[in-house]
Design a protein around this ligand. Structure first.
Ligand code: PLP
Length: 418
């Protein structure tokens, strides 16, 4: 479709032989855009036909530093030649320096390295349950964790057990008990859900997959106070919001709040590897003893080296301030258009969600964007996410906004009821 747009890209590649092969041999647990990526650099991705796309989703923040960041690739290659994997059967010269920097940057003193985000969340859940049992004296098996409606914390069996989305859970029972879900941003609902058995509140400071939802001002601060008062762990899942994405090192900093624990991932791998971590207090972390938890790859030398370099790049290249400044520019430019098909613009820094009028299908809209050279995905609430690599140029960003608005004109028609 959309030859009428007169754009530099005629069509994406639904008939590509590699897409056909994918349908034959790959589990179809995703519905990707019909683009076959071949290489990438900075904020751009090229497909197998040499067509160039601006990456406006950065792999859900995994590519915050841009594709193929030279410093990060350099660290990866150098470390791969020296020492890549040891298992935790011995120490490596890379792990402790990485975790030392992670504790310094987060302000929390101890860290446990894992690989994927879901594993960091699993680690947090185990830590919270153990802490409630050992420190608060809650009977083992009675621990409760409060979460929020429309959360996204990953895809393991326990994590989907407290998802609000039926499709994440259907057919995967029996599910893990011990979770209570309350409306996001509602401090009174959290208070009402507390019991003597509550171990923790697990939350995203901005819900990403839930549609880029920012909680009401003061919520994080109130949650901090409530958790301290009630002796409950405040666990921030900053796997998507952390490391500069929202214009702060961590999104909790928008309200000057330090949680009892962070789950980190995505950006921590520098756009090159899956690297995640659970970071917390000594009181919590010292409950882990040999045999209580682990992962063959968690904290392997290659990951540790890249993770350390990622933390340094975040601080030394001004990407956090850049995210704040460009995010503001992006939201202002979109808002200034006063486009009738845009019903809401949410987010902080370069984590932006643009909610479209119900007469425009966000899913069709992102397919249209791909055809004109912009890659992103829609998310819940008919929302298009705009979360490019933090290294994106101002001109690229403005180009993307112009294209975005133009496509809305072309696809929009008039609202059904004006
Ligand atoms: C992506 C994400 C996860 C899961 O990370 P994976 O690496 O996909 O397992 C967890 N929490 C949040 C907030 C995320 O955005």
């Amino acid at each position: 479709m959309n030859a009428r747009l007169g754009t530099h890209i005629e069509s994406t590649d639904a008939q590509h032989p590699l897409i056909a092969l994918d349908h034959e041999v790959a589990a179809q647990n995703y519905a990707p855009l019909p683009i076959v990526a071949e290489r990438a650099e900075g904020a751009y991705i090229w497909d197998t036909a040499g067509r160039r796309y601006l990456d406006m989703m950065a792999a859900y923040s995994a590519v915050s530093f841009g594709h193929g960041h030279p410093r990060l690739v350099g660290a990866l290659v150098d470390q791969a030649r020296k020492l890549a994997i040891t298992s935790r059967a011995m120490h490596s010269d890379q792990l402790a320096p990485f975790l030392a920097e992670l504790t310094r940057v987060t302000g929390l003193p101890k860290a446990l390295p894992m690989n994927t985000g879901a594993e960091a969340v699993e680690t947090a859940l185990k830590a919270a349950r153990k802490w409630a049992h050992k420190v608060k004296g809650v009977a083992d098996g009675a621990q409760e964790i409060i979460v929020f409606d429309n959360n996204f914390h990953g895809r393991t069996t326990t994590v989907i057990s407290f998802s609000s989305h039926a499709s994440y859970k259907a057919g995967f029972g029996p599910l893990t008990p011990g979770f209570k879900s309350v409306p996001f941003g509602d401090i009174e609902a959290v208070r009402a859900a507390l019991t003597p058995n509550t171990a923790a509140v697990l939350f995203e400071p901005i819900q990403g997959e839930g549609g880029v939802v920012v909680p009401p001002a003061g919520f994080l601060k109130a949650l901090r106070e409530l958790c301290t008062q009630e002796r409950v762990l405040m666990i921030a899942d900053e796997i998507q919001t952390g490391m500069g994405r929202t214009g702060r090192n961590f999104a909790c900093e928008h309200e000057g709040v330090l949680p009892d624990a962070y789950c980190l991932g995505k950006t921590l791998g520098g756009g090159l590897l899956p690297v995640s971590a659970f970071v917390s207090t000594a009181e919590v972390m010292d409950l882990f003893v040999p045999g209580s938890h682990g992962s063959t790859f968690g904290g392997y030398p290659l990951a540790a080296r890249v993770g350390l370099e990622a933390l340094r790049v975040m601080q030394e290249e001004g990407l956090v301030e850049r995210s704040e400044r460009l995010g503001k520019l992006l939201r202002e430019r979109l808002a200034a258009a006063k486009h009738p098909m845009i019903t809401d613009i949410r987010g902080r820094g370069l984590m932006v969600g643009v909610q479209l009028h119900t007469s425009v299908d966000a899913h069709e809209f992102v397919e249209g964007l791909a055809e004109i050279g912009i890659i992103t995905k829609d998310t819940h609430r008919n929302t298009v996410r705009l979360s490019p690599p933090l290294v994106i140029g101002e001109r690229e960003l403005e180009w993307a906004v112009d294209r975005f608005l133009q496509l809305l004109d072309d696809m929009g028609g008039l609202p059904k009821a004006a």
